[in-house]
Design a protein around this ligand. Sequence first.
Ligand code: EPU
Length: 328
Amino acid sequence: MIPLDEYHTLGLPVSTSALFLPSEEEIPEIACSATYIIGEGSNILPLGNLPPILCTRAIKGYQILRESISEVEVEVAAGENWDAWVRFCIAHGWHGLENLAAIPGTVGAAVVQNIGAYGVELAPFLVKVRGWNKRLEAWQELPAHTCKLSYRHSIFQEKGWQDDFIITRVTLRLKKSFEPVLTYPDVRKRVDKVRSHDPWYLYQVIRAIRSEKLPAQGSAGSFFKNPILSEAELQRLQQQAPEIPFYSMPDGSFKVPAAWLIDRAGLKGYRIGDAEVYEKQPLVLVNRGKATPNEFLALAREVQRIVWERWGIRLEPEVRFLEAQKTA
Ligand code: EPU
């Protein structure tokens, strides 16, 4: 068994029966031997010792596909670290990703999750994705509009694609001029308006905000998605709590902060064993030392149960739960 210490971020005492770290060329021959595909493991909850895993971390590199005075189209390998990639882009004068600073994980996982933070989402930058389709036994290129990107969702989380399609390269279209996005209240409050035109300054501000809210280790970022409600559902909630914050979505629905629902349900600091609802950001569940998969699972279920009883809202995990290997 291979310990997963370096392959997930929750710090659980779990292993895998086999771990593959292929280059892009090696994927076709080993893909079918792996049950799960992971990147850096920063968004998974292993529920015990896992069946064979393919980790994309060794797939590295980039190339410029097209360039004009105002834009660049660049293809980046799925195994590159996302935050290092954001810094690389800023250093090359390629802009747009600054608010996505310091998000853990790989470039490939950024697409799977359609990562978003501080008023920016990956989706509008995506041009296409290349990867190996296990079922078709073929390389495929998927244009962005076929990837079904929406809030923290993509086709790569759906049946028939999850663990069946291994993203190896991602093409992004970035701008050569920098326009700071200061729509998020936390960001607006923090920035010096004049300095905000420096992309490195904005990068550092975002990094600082994140580090104040998220624990340095033992977490998988936000554990649940922010629920998306219809107008009628929001109105029902407003009768219970008129002060509830909400954001209007382009399709006429409303997003409410799960952190707020959890906070007002009195769950900050709530603990099962060593798994805890983080005090500074209750959307995060953190390992306080020796937490087990079962403690995390029990805490997640308990948060869902209490939020359901208090607010009538079902929280959906953002973190992916990986089933343990069945023992004979
Ligand atoms: N809030 C509370 N109590 C708290 C903390 C927050 O009530 O202790 C409420 C406040 O109303 C606050 C609101 O929750 O305004 C939102 O909090 P925050 O700005 O921290 O953002 P979030 O909605 O909880 C999302 C993403 C984060 C991303 C931030 C910033 C999801 C699931 N999470 O969190 O992404 O960094 O916005 O844009 O959408 C991640 O996905 O792992 C992640 C960290």
